[in-house]
Ligand binder design. Structure first.
Ligand SMILES: Nc1ncnc2c1ncn2[C@@H]1O[C@H](COP(=O)(O)O)[C@@H](O)[C@H]1OP(=O)(O)O
Ligand SMILES: [Mg+2]
Length: 416
């Protein structure tokens, strides 16, 4: 980030009147104030430079701040937040799977990890991005924790959050009180929308997988003016090695962090590691070789429908069924080539279940649409207005996938 004051005044008198007559040239682009500036900002963004402006009054200089690395600070904060939240969730999942006290059908450990992850991420974003106005759209709110019956759980969550913060080094972060934890959770109450910056958070995506000891993800995306511009997916149980029919990555390690920034590609690193690898979707055009990803839970997505689509495409490999947006991560690095999600009638998709995952796939070269081929619109608040389902693949396979989906949906409709 650097300040640029290379302004060309066109007249002190006019400037004092506050008219749009003070001009700068930045990297060959003229920018001004007021409505002129809006236009210029759009032009600058198209060139991959982010701009923010401040002007306190006409007599003080206007400041134009230009960064040639848009959303860089936000990405660093999001990676840190998701990595810490993953650490908290891993601790809870380990205790859950080892414990005699909680059965797998007991929802309380999930609750503690869900709230803890949300509080931690909200706290880190506020702390790391103090000068960036933003809101957070997240899955949880603190209503139940404020009741008498929630006090023990709140204490446990606060302990977990503080233990996780302390694991970064004793002087890195302060300890939070229970009230600060409640406030951090409630920062996630935004409704999102098409104006400004909104972080979109699923603190534990795939709670069923989390309880089973399988896949889950911490999913954090950033919307700017209604578009997803950044996404981070922490997948603590996802192997670094490929899990589909395209076995191109090999490793014994488990735990992946995927991240993507608009125009900048998608990267993967080991959770807690620092070596990042750029990843790409599998660019095949023959669906017979493809692996197809879908929900582990048949209640979340129709296995029958995806089976019928796979048959029409000639997909030979059995479906890879895993929980959470880890599916988007696996697809972005080319483990398989198709992801299908067809929830049962009446289910409304939430933006936090797709924001981070969708940019991770699109920046890796893939396409994410609804079942009719429409792009997902994240600007309408908490819900996505999708036609029937969500489909994901590479550019080459999308036309045949769309045809197969249409045929399968027609057959299903005529059989009812
Ligand atoms: N009835 C449902 N149909 C479809 N998706 C659901 C349903 N109930 C919860 N989900 C959400 O679907 C996502 C998991 O999908 P998948 O099974 O493919 O991993 C999660 O976000 C999960 O919520 P949650 O995040 O609260 O677990
Ligand atoms: Mg979810």
């Amino acid at each position: 980030m650097r300040n640029i004051f290379s302004k060309k005044k066109k007249g002190e008198r006019e400037r004092k009147m506050g008219t749009a007559t003070v001009w700068w040239r930045v990297r060959g682009i003229s920018v001004g104030v007021g409505s002129e500036l809006r236009l210029s900002e759009a032009r600058i963004r198209r060139r991959g430079i982010s701009v923010s402006t401040r002007s306190s009054c006409c007599s003080s200089p206007l400041t134009l701040i230009v960064s040639s690395m848009p959303y860089e600070k936000e990405l660093a904060a999001a990676k840190k937040a998701a990595t810490l939240a993953a650490r908290l969730c891993q601790k809870v999942q380990k205790a859950l799977l080892q414990s005699d006290v909680h059965s797998k059908s007991d929802k309380s450990p999930v609750t503690v990890a869900d709230y803890g992850s949300q509080a931690l991420i909200s706290f880190i974003l506020e702390r790391e991005l103090p000068s960036e106005p933003f809101s957070i759209v997240a899955e949880e709110d603190s209503g139940d924790l404020r009741k008498e019956s929630g006090q023990e759980t709140l204490k446990r969550i606060t302990e977990l959050v503080n233990d996780t913060l302390a694991s970064e080094g004793s002087n890195t972060f302060p300890s939070l009180t229970t009230d600060e934890v409640l406030a951090a959770i409630d920062n996630g109450k935004s409704e999102g929308g098409s104006v400004g910056k909104h972080w979109v958070l699923d603190p534990i995506d795939g709670t069923k997988g989390f309880v089973r000891g399988d896949q889950y993800a911490i999913a954090l995306g950033l919307l700017h003016e209604g578009k997803v511009v950044l996404g981070v997916l922490a997948c603590p149980n996802l192997p670094l090695a490929s899990i589909g029919s395209n076995q191109q990555h090999s490793s014994n390690e488990v735990g992946c962090l995927f991240f993507a920034k608009v125009g900048d590609g998608t990267y993967m690193q080991a959770l807690g590691g620092s070596t990042q690898t750029r990843v790409h979707v599998w660019d095949i055009d023959n669906p017979e070789q493809a692996s197809l990803f879908e929900s582990f839970e048949a209640a979340h997505s129709s296995h029958d429908l995806s089976g019928s689509i796979a048959e029409k495409l000639g997909v030979k490999a059995p479906p890879v069924r895993i929980d959470s947006q880890a599916k988007y991560g696996a697809l972005s690095r080319g483990d398989g080539a198709i992801y299908l999600r067809f929830p049962h009638k009446g289910y409304r998709e939430k933006i936090w279940d797709h924001a981070a995952g969708s940019i991770v796939v699109t920046e890796a070269g893939g396409i994410v649409t609804d079942a009719a081929g429409n792009p997902l619109d994240f600007s309408k608040g908490k819900f996505l207005d999708v036609d029937t389902g969500i489909i994901v693949t590479n550019q080459k396979l999308m036309p045949s996938l769309l045809r197969a989906v249409k045929e399968a949906l027609n057959e299903k409709a005529s059989s009812l």
